[in-house]
Design a protein around this ligand. Structure first.
Ligand code: 9MR
Length: 361
């Protein structure tokens, strides 16, 4: 666990190891074993209702995941019909499933601009926002204390197009509380479960281009300020929603990871997939390109740290969120994930295995 008193020493050692690895010629992908030989857990986002209702889906998740996170079910929209009520049904099913199958469970997400019920979007004052955050985080994290080991406490705090490093996304939380909502939420989560790993999770940190450099600078600025405030934070979540048409900024991302590690934070790859809408229609060609893009990210991550976990945002192309936003012009189905629509391994899955993913049964 992150609050282990030996963590600082381990952090320092891994930082040095990361720096040494960086100085060397890029090594071939190596099996992922972290401190004390602990294997890096690999897994996926899950749809809780399918775990319950769909035996084929459930079997694939059990076979491939040693860590899971709910794609929905723990978002405000799913749990908070009104300011006083909580629906814990899906969350309870998730943690029971995780315990039954000896999987780690991540929680997603406590504070986000998205998936909010109307009443939360209409909070009118700092007092109301503080009360809502405090009640929500205390009850939700408290209920799953000891069963959800890691939380995306803050999701996507940066704007779509970061201009200056101190700019933040103007969510309801930011509008009512300013940047302090971040430290507040982290402190509340820590108080509700002092053993939980607390993560700030963000996308678009991985690519070549000025826009993405600015976003990395924004994240460093934010993390530095959170650390300075003394609020507990343990890791940065690199979502890893990659794009067929965007290259990974290998040196830029390597430098960024080392700077994040220098602040004493770990890295978690939280939502890996590859948007394939701009890639060729030919399936073999497309699957190869998707795998290469995922490999490029994992190369940089594993060369510069031992991530706390690697999760894809879904497991099989049979069930994907991608067409909601990134439909292909040729109307062919999207193929962003490690397994195909029949749960067979694609080249992307072989990449994950190269970095340490294992078939569990
Ligand atoms: O994949 C998720 C989709 O099913 C939901 O409708 C949507 C809104 O709740 O959220 C999607 O997941 C997002 C995640 O929560 C945060 N990072 C981006 C993910 C993909 O849009």
């Amino acid at each position: 666990m992150l609050n282990d008193p030996t963590i600082d020493r381990r952090d320092a050692l891994r930082h040095v190891a990361g720096a040494i690895a960086c100085a060397a010629v890029s090594p071939p992908a190596r099996a992922a074993t972290g401190e004390a030989g602990r294997a890096v857990p690999f897994g996926s986002a899950v749809q809780i209702p399918w775990l319950v209702d769909n035996p084929e889906y459930r079997a694939a998740i059990v076979r491939h995941c040693s860590i899971i996170v709910p794609e929905g079910g723990l978002k405000w929209l799913d749990m908070r019909p009104d300011p006083k009520s909580y629906w814990f049904g899906l969350g309870d099913q998730l943690v029971d499933f995780g315990a039954r199958h000896d999987m780690q469970v991540r929680g997603h997400t406590l504070v986000w601009h998205g998936a909010l019920p109307q009443w939360a979007k209409e909070l009118g004052s700092a007092t109301e926002a503080t009360h809502a955050l405090s009640d929500h985080i205390t009850k939700v994290v408290g209920r799953y204390a000891g069963r959800i080991a890691s939380w995306d406490v803050i999701n996507e705090p940066l704007p779509e197009d970061q201009q200056t490093p101190n700019e933040r996304r103007t969510s309801i939380w930011y509008r009512l509380l300013g940047e302090d909502y971040i430290a507040l939420a982290l402190r509340l989560a820590n108080a509700a479960d002092p053993r939980a790993e607390l993560v700030i999770n963000e996308y678009d940190l991985e690519f070549v281009g000025a826009r993405f450099e600015r976003k990395r600078a924004g994240m460093l600025d934010l993390l530095e300020k959170v650390k300075k405030s003394g609020a507990p934070v343990h890791a940065l979540g690199l979502q890893g929603h990659l794009r067929g048409e965007r290259d990974i900024d290998r040196p830029g991302l390597a430098r960024f990871i080392r700077e994040v590690r220098g602040l004493g934070l770990d890295i978690v790859v939280t939502e890996l997939d590859v948007m394939d809408y701009s890639l060729p229609g030919d399936v073999a060609e497309r699957d190869t390109a998707v795998a290469a893009r995922a490999a490029a990210l994992l190369d940089v991550v594993f060369e510069n740290c031992t991530p706390r976990a690697v999760l894809t945002w879904g497991l099989s192309d049979r069930h994907v969120w991608v067409p909601d936003y990134f439909k292909r012009r040729d109307k062919l189905p999207n193929r962003p994930l490690p397994l195909d629509e029949n749960y067979a391994a694609k080249p992307f899955q072989r990449v994950l295995e190269r970095f340490g993913a294992k078939v569990r049964n």
